[in-house]
Structure formats: structure tokens, C-alpha cells
Design a protein around this ligand. Structure first.
Ligand SMILES: NC(=O)c1ccc[n+]([C@@H]2O[C@H](COP(=O)([O-])OP(=O)(O)OC[C@H]3O[C@@H](n4cnc5c(N)ncnc54)[C@H](OP(=O)(O)O)[C@@H]3O)[C@@H](O)[C@H]2O)c1
Length: 357
């Protein structure tokens, strides 16, 4: 039964610093009717991602921000429940940018069908989706690691970072991860196969910890965070090191950016290449990336963790948790029940649904 109304979360105010209560507002709206060439999707999972903080701000970026009053943007997995589109039928499981809401109409732009036999459907927002592709192309194409090199990864237990270290290991590299708790460090070393991990929040001397973990220096730095961690890493680079600038999460909620990193001397002397990238740069090669990630996952060579909150109403708080490092793995919101037959997330993963309280 399709209800008459559904819930949406709209951007009510542009946050200053971390998002706070009132910046996002829940509203009740009529469930839209699909027009000719359109289909209606019931959303099952909403992906929460650090880029969403940028969409809430009107600072200049690579895409325009969400307008005040509009439904928040977000990647979703859902089930087609009604269709006037020749390529999508009722019962299809799809992934696409359908936003923070329980139902959405689409004409198919940016939407792909998911094959539920390839893995739990939630993986299309994680290891077999945008974060997986970011790790894959960012490390292999931008970082160009060679066997025997040392790859350092920040936010190493997260959706992207957890995969980067494992791909580095698959390519014969030494993988060293930085993470924000002892539990996360244990997870990356004991479950993901990182050779060493550093709790950057509690280590008394980050420089000494990096020196100990990277006795041969650093060849590739996969940077998810920016700021002081990047500065610390800069001091241990080898000649012709590559910095893959994937994200700057330590800066997203600052009203004034930090002055770090002050790394020019290390860049100059060591001829370091610093290159930013966006996963979309590799859109023409997604098929190839997904095929490889799917195969590695099937072989049990890529492990991952999902951190699931129940209910759309919890999404705003969960986004702030993500931005403050309180997530542990790929952050998802279960907006509605899994489609019949697709099963809950899991597989070779560890998937945690947070308690109701
Ligand atoms: N370039 C692209 O196309 C692209 C695509 C996807 C994602 N990204 C970027 O990749 C990064 C990781 O994204 P994700 O989806 O995988 O998120 P995630 O790593 O699953 O979650 C974010 C993590 O960032 C860490 N963090 C938060 N605040 C921090 C701070 N002040 N200093 C250091 N670390 C902090 C936290 O881990 P700890 O507890 O370990 O600190 C937190 O768990 C983000 O910067 C994101 O913007 C870029």
C-alpha cells in the first residue's frame, strides 16, 4: 500500500559550524504521482556522507548548494513501487540521488538498477557504490601505489578509508591508518589487515608515531581529513611521494580554515605531487571499478562495516555524528523495510544497527 503522504527532510537554515537542531526540518508532503516516463521509488536506505555538509553551505564548490526549503540531497537505495518508465518496473531495486525522503519520483537520471544477488543491497551505497569507487580510483589512479611502497590513510576506518587500506594491501603495499579511537585502530589492524594504526586523538607525539609506523617513509598519502594530520604526514614523505586529496573533513565545520598544513618545504625538497580528485572524474570507468570491487568482495578480500540508524527522523543527528567521528563504518539510515527477498545488510560485513534510544 502506498500512503497518501510521506516524510521529507528539508534544509531550513545554513549551518554555522556543525549543523544544529533547526537547520534541517522534517515536513509531511503528499506522495508524488509519477508522470509519463517516470517512476515512484520507496526509499529503503539513505546514505549519509561528509559532502552533505558542503551542500548545506552556500560557499562556492563543485556543485551548487541545496536551496533553502528544498529536500536535502542524498544517495539512496529504494524499491520501484509504480512505473511509467520503460526501463524500470515495480519491484526493481535501484540506487540513485533521491534525497532525504520516504518516496521520490524519478525519470531515471543518475539512477541505476541493483542486482541483489551481488551482495546486500546496502552495499550499493558503500563498498559497491560511491565510497568504493572513490577508494578504488583515488588510490590506484591518483595515488599510483607500487608494490613495496608505504600508503598512509586518514579516516582509515571509514567508508572510503577502510577500503583504501585493503586495496593498498591487495597491491602489495604497506598500509598505515590514522583513526580517532582505539576501537577503530583495532578494527583496521585486526580486521582490515592494515599493518599499523595510530589513534591520532590520543597519541602523545604524532610525528614519533608516524616515524615508528613508517620506517621506510611515506610514498602515498590518501588524505581524507586535511589540516594538522596532513601537516604531520608531510614531514615523513619520500622522494616523489603522491598526496591524494580526497577530502578535508577536519575543515568542513570550521568557520575559518586552519592555516595548516605548512608543508611547502617538504613538497619542494621531495618533489611531492599533491592532486585533488572527485570520484565523478572517473564516471566513464565506473563499470570497470564496480566489477573489480564486486569480485574482491565476492572473494572475501574486501571487508567493510555499516553503521545503521533506524528512521528518517534520526538522519540529522546521525549526520552530525558522522561529521564528528562518532560513526564507525559506512553511515546509513534505514528509512523503510528491506524489499521482500533482498534480505538485511550483512554478508562478509559487520553491520550494526543502533539501538532505539
Ligand atoms: N573526492 C571525492 O570524490 C570523495 C568521495 C567520497 C568521500 N570523500 C571524502 O572522503 C572522506 C571520507 O568520507 P567517508 O564517506 O568515508 O566518511 P567516513 O570516513 O566514513 O566518516 C568520516 C570520518 O572522518 C573522521 N573525522 C571527522 N572529523 C575529523 C577531524 N576533525 N579530524 C580528523 N578526522 C575526522 C572520523 O573518523 P575518525 O574517528 O577516525 O577521526 C569520521 O568517522 C571525507 O573527507 C569525504 O568528504 C571524497
Amino acid at each position: 500500500m502506498i500512503p497518501k503522504t510521506h516524510r521529507q527532510i528539508r534544509l531550513a537554515a545554513r549551518p554555522i559550524g556543525y549543523p544544529k537542531d533547526g537547520d534541517l526540518r522534517m515536513v509531511e508532503a503528499p506522495v508524488p504521482e509519477p508522470g509519463p516516463g517516470e517512476f515512484l521509488v520507496r526509499v529503503v536506505y539513505l546514505s549519509l556522507d561528509p559532502y552533505m555538509r558542503g551542500r548545506m553551505s552556500d560557499a562556492r564548490s563543485y556543485v551548487p548548494p541545496v536551496a533553502l526549503g528544498d529536500v536535502m540531497e542524498g544517495g539512496t537505495i529504494g524499491e520501484v513501487v509504480r512505473s511509467n518508465h520503460p526501463g524500470f518496473g515495480a519491484g526493481d531495486v535501484v540506487e540513485g540521488p533521491l534525497g532525504w525522503q520516504e518516496y521520490a519520483v524519478s525519470a531515471g537520471k543518475g539512477v541505476r538498477k541493483i542486482d541483489p544477488t551481488l551482495g546486500p543491497i546496502s552495499t550499493a551505497l558503500g563498498v559497491l557504490g560511491m565510497p568504493g569507487l572513490t577508494a578504488y580510483f583515488g588510490l590506484l589512479e591518483v595515488g599510483q601505489p607500487k608494490a613495496g611502497e608505504t600508503v598512509v590513510v586518514s579516516a582509515a576506518s571509514g567508508a572510503v578509508g577502510g577500503l583504501v587500506g585493503q586495496i593498498a594491501k591487495l597491491k602489495g603495499c604497506r598500509a598505515v591508518g590514522l583513526a580517532g579511537s582505539d576501537a577503530k585502530v583495532r578494527y583496521i589492524t585486526e580486521e582490515l589487515g592494515y599493518d599499523a594504526g595510530i589513534n591520532y586523538r590520543t597519541t602523545p607525539d604524532l610525528q614519533a608515531a608516524l616515524r615508528a609506523a613508517c620506517p621506510g617513509g611515506i610514498d602515498v598519502y590518501f588524505d581524507n581529513v586535511g589540516g594538522r594530520i596532513t601537516e604531520a604526514v608531510s614531514r615523513h614523505v619520500n622522494m616523489f611521494a603522491r598526496f591524494v586529496v580526497c577530502g578535508l573533513i577536519s575543515q568542513y565545520n570550521l568557520t575559518e580554515p586552519e592555516l595548516a598544513p605548512r608543508n611547502e618545504r617538504f613538497v619542494l625538497v621531495n618533489r611531492v605531487r599533491i592532486q585533488g580528485f572527485l570520484v565523478f572524474d572517473f564516471a566513464a570507468r565506473y563499470k570497470e571499478g564496480l566489477a573489480q570491487l564486486t569480485e574482491w568482495r565476492r572473494q572475501g578480500r574486501l571487508r567493510y562495516r555499516e553503521d545503521i540508524v533506524e528512521g528518517l527522523e534520526r538522519a540529522p543527528g546521525a549526520l552530525t555524528d558522522l561529521l564528528q567521528g562518532r560513526n564507525f563504518g559506512k553511515m546509513l539510515v534505514r528509512v523503510g523495510p528491506d524489499p521482500a527477498g533482498s534480505g538485511p545488510p550483512g554478508g562478509s560485513a559487520r553491520s550494526f544497527t543502533r539501538g532505539e534510544s
